[in-house]
Design a protein around this ligand. Structure first.
Ligand SMILES: NC(=O)c1ccc[n+]([C@@H]2O[C@H](COP(=O)([O-])OP(=O)(O)OC[C@H]3O[C@@H](n4cnc5c(N)ncnc54)[C@H](OP(=O)(O)O)[C@@H]3O)[C@@H](O)[C@H]2O)c1
Length: 337
């Protein structure tokens, strides 16, 4: 077996294309498994990291292997790993300081992976970890969505939105979403109760008395969310600015916390004026939460939505497509599959 593997890397921030090169294959540390990556998927975080947009939260050493999702087969295990064996099909989202799934192999902690749902193939499985964990952590862990509560999920046709709708329905909520007419059938098939065409309607004019908003857009759209949530309700954003509370919990320096407090002063004012809690979520890898999601998929409550699949050699075309901001579900990269 070759000791080398192909990886897609950047050498510096603001590099627009990934470079595919050959490097030494990793060996798994004591608590790691070595995965032969069959498939990976693109997330907007990949292009944001490349552009240097996340340097406040994540600062990487260069050269950096990109990629935040994988599905594959375990080919070796570290000496402390008892829960997985060679030959298992697993999927996951590695820790933020250990990304690098645009590669033929990845050494990843046993705590950040789960067995793949038995009813998914590798292409379908790579569509799940990052967006499903994000949606679960927003709707279940932070909002604590209850049956019959009303939630707006922004951008229901996106990678996050398509899974978030299904998880919110699974939690028993009444779900509204924003999207374009070309995606109406898709979001209806996911169980959504109310659709807003964001090109011709303002969601803040149509919806009111909502318990929560899951915002995937940020900016002015996030601020308008305060108009539709009732007092005591919640707004969780994965695309807005992190606030001072997040900075404290994430362990950012005093100066970064002060900067974020200043930059989010409008949101803090809206929180106080309307008695609505705003949280920024930066999703966390979790093998145990991913196992919960595996069960939802095996029980046919959640299914992946795939827009298109690219070969590894065409990864830059996949990134260009992701940057368009109009993918319908997930963009998959086939590596060893
Ligand atoms: N903080 C975190 O932990 C975290 C985790 C995951 C994702 N995120 C962020 O969440 C955002 C969404 O991620 P994603 O993977 O879902 O992105 P994505 O798949 O690239 O989103 C594309 C979708 O967004 C829709 N869209 C674009 N503008 C819209 C608008 N104004 N209103 C309604 N829908 C709109 C598009 O539909 P049309 O074609 O109809 O326009 C398209 O289907 C990204 O910014 C990402 O970085 C953050």
């Amino acid at each position: 077996m070759s000791k080398k593997m192909k990886v897609a890397t950047i050498n510096h921030y603001k590099q627009t294309n990934l470079k595919i090169q050959s490097i030494q294959k990793p060996t798994p540390a004591s608590n790691d498994v070595l995965v032969k990556i069959m498939t990976t998927s693109i997330n907007p975080i990949d292009t944001k990291i490349m552009a240097g947009d996340l340097k406040l939260l994540l600062n990487y050493q260069m050269p950096l292997i990109l990629g935040n999702d994988f599905a594959g087969e375990i080919v070796a295990i570290g000496k402390n790993v008892k829960t997985y064996k060679v030959g298992d099909s697993v999927y996951g989202r590695p820790q933020k300081q250990r990304i690098g799934t645009f590669a033929e192999y990845l050494s990843v902690s046993k705590d950040d992976i789960a067995l793949m749902p038995k009813n998914l193939n590798y292409q379908e499985a790579a569509a799940i970890p990052l967006v499903a964990l994000t949606s679960y952590q927003a709707l279940h862990d932070l909002i604590k969505l209850k049956p019959n509560q009303k939630v707006l999920i922004q951008a229901g046709s996106g990678g996050v939105g398509t899974i978030a709708i299904q998880i919110a329905k699974q939690l028993g909520a009444y779900v509204a979403t924003t999207t374009s007419p070309k995606n109406f059938e898709l979001v209806k098939s996911l169980g959504v109760d109310e659709i807003i065409d964001y090109h011709s309607q303002n969601f803040e004019d149509v919806l009111n008395d909502y318990d929560a908003v899951f915002d995937t857009i940020g900016g002015e759209t996030l601020k308008k969310s305060f108009k539709i949530v009732k007092p005591g309700g919640q707004i969780v954003s994965v695309s807005g600015l992190p606030n001072a509370d997040f900075a404290t919990n994430y362990g950012l320096s005093y100066w970064k916390k002060l900067l974020l407090k200043f930059l989010t002063r409008d949101l803090t004012k809206l929180e106080k004026q309307n008695n609505i809690k705003y949280n920024f979520l930066f999703m966390k890898p979790s093998g145990s939460e991913l196992s919960t999601i595996t069960k939802m998929i095996e029980n046919k409550k959640v299914r992946p939505i795939i827009d298109r699949t690219f070969e590894f050699k065409d990864i830059n075309k996949a990134l260009t497509y992701s940057r368009s901001g109009h993918a319908k579900g997930k963009i998959i990269i086939s590596i060893n599959d």
